[in-house]
Design a binder for this molecule. Structure first.
Ligand code: AMP
Ligand code: GLY
Length: 423
């Protein structure tokens, strides 16, 4: 069959790598893609929000299956448009992608269906939010309701910071219309774990766990980023934690969405915090995490196309989802200055090394080709993933492979997976 992937980052590169491996795939396309993706898929310069062009492209290329990787087109309703044109698509419809698109919606859903999460209040009126804060306990967490590139969450240590935060989100509209509504929630402490899952509307099958590193600097310092590295599995995601989440979180979320008339098909990403009172949901995403996908999918034994089709057809209960009994670590190579300001167009060397080694991957996030030469084209440039028999071996391998690649303003964290030593 002909398969089209929508997106342009490291997540879409690993999705394309899996799709390319499938015996079912005849021809693979990606829009807009990037220079690395272009090695496994035919890319076309169509933006992920150009719905009409994507539908026309899928028709022209006789695409049998579309996989939407990114949050914006999912929340904007790309799946609905493709389905309306008769094109099978993996991903939630607009009315289900709201699980990620509106934090106020997802908090209300969790409250209504007794899914463990931080205590909270939603606000559409900044005055009311400010009054609420006068009697609140600190630190406290402010969240812009809508999509804000992972940046719409502010942790405020005192009343002054929180008042400033309300102003930033609701009055100055730093995150645009994402700040028309706001969630104020209890600050929780504990380890964070990401659990991705396949969902077919009724059945949910979770993938192996992972942990992200969101801050830019070593020791979790500096600004929040899209993610500087991941490891999988998380040693803190124990059998007991898994049992608790199965009982109170995973199926409960799928059933809640169905009960609300918003059946969810696609990937639900559970951002969990393991608090002393048990696991709680920090956030939901309606797609694979990035860079979580870069450590989780290389360990998956199943054919991704098979699983995607089972989600669309509602036959996920018949899929035996399996992961390798090993570990993987992804180190993101970024441009110095990310996530604020950085140079682009810098030549990248050493990529050919990955062809010589089994179990090592170089997923492209922000690259392009200039006269046959790969150059940097974004803040996050590459995701270097390596497998190992265990987490320590995978980490050593990923850091060794990170040295194969050279570009002038290369920046990475040196402590991805440090938490493993505390397990
Ligand atoms: P979110 O986009 O909701 O996952 O938030 C981004 C990050 O902010 C999370 O990965 C956490 O590190 C942090 N965070 C979000 N909500 C809370 C909370 N209620 N308590 C503590 N930290 C939080
Ligand atoms: N790595 C976090 C995310 O994909 O949102």
């Amino acid at each position: 069959m002909n398969v089209l992937v929508v997106g342009s980052g490291g997540r879409e590169h690993v999705i394309c790598a899996c799709a390319a491996k499938s015996v079912k795939t005849d021809k693979l396309y990606c829009v807009p893609g990037n220079a690395g993706i272009a090695e496994v898929a035919e890319c076309a310069p169509i933006g992920a929000m150009e719905f009409d062009k994507i539908v026309a492209f899928a028709k022209e290329k006789e695409v049998d299956l579309v996989i939407v990787g990114m949050d914006d087109p999912l929340v904007g309703g790309l799946v609905d448009e493709l389905e309306a044109a008769g094109i099978r698509t993996f991903g939630p419809r607009k009315n289900a992608a709201i699980l990620e698109g509106s934090k106020a919606f997802s908090k209300d859903l969790m409250k209504k269906y007794h899914i463990p999460t931080a205590a909270y209040e939603n606000f559409t009126d900044p005055e009311k939010a400010l009054r609420y804060l006068e009697t609140a306990k600190f630190p406290i967490v402010l969240k812009a309701d809508g999509l804000a590139l992972g940046k719409g969450v502010l942790i405020c240590n005192n009343l002054e910071e929180a008042e400033e935060g309300v102003k930033t989100i609701m009055l100055d509209k730093k995150f645009g219309s994402a700040g028309n509504e706001m969630v104020i929630e209890e600050f929780m402490t504990g380890r964070e774990v990401s659990v991705l899952s396949f969902v077919d509307g009724n059945t949910i099958k979770t993938m192996t766990s992972a942990q992200d590193h969101k801050r830019a600097g070593d020791g979790d310092t500096g600004l929040n980023t899209g993610g500087m590295g991941t490891f999988s599995p998380s040693p803190f995601y124990t059998k007991e934690v898994d049992e608790f989440c199965r009982k109170y979180i995973y199926q409960a979320t799928v059933d809640a969405m169905k009960a609300e008339g918003r059946p969810f098909k696609g990937v639900i990403f559970f951002g969990l915090m393991l608090t002393k009172d048990g696991p709680k949901v920090l956030e939901y995403n309606a797609r694979f995490g990035d860079p979580e996908a870069q450590v989780v999918l290389p360990r998956m034994k199943n054919d991704l196309i098979d699983v995607a089709e089972a989600c669309i057809d509602g036959t996920l209960d018949q899929v035996d989802l399996q992961f390798e009994d090993n570990a993987s670590v992804c180190v993101v190579l970024a441009s110095e200055g990310y996530p604020v300001a950085y140079d682009k167009g810098i030549p990248i060397h050493g990529l050919e090394e990955f062809e010589k080694h089994e179990g090592y991957y170089c997923f492209h996030a922000g690259t392009k080709l200039e006269g046959g030469q790969f150059v940097t084209n974004g803040g996050r440039v590459l995701g270097i993933t390596a497998k190992g028999a265990d987490l320590k071996e995978a980490r050593a391998n990923a850091y060794a492979a990170s040295e194969w690649v050279q570009f002038d303003n290369k920046y990475m964290r040196h402590d991805i997976g440090k938490a493993i030593d505390e397990a």
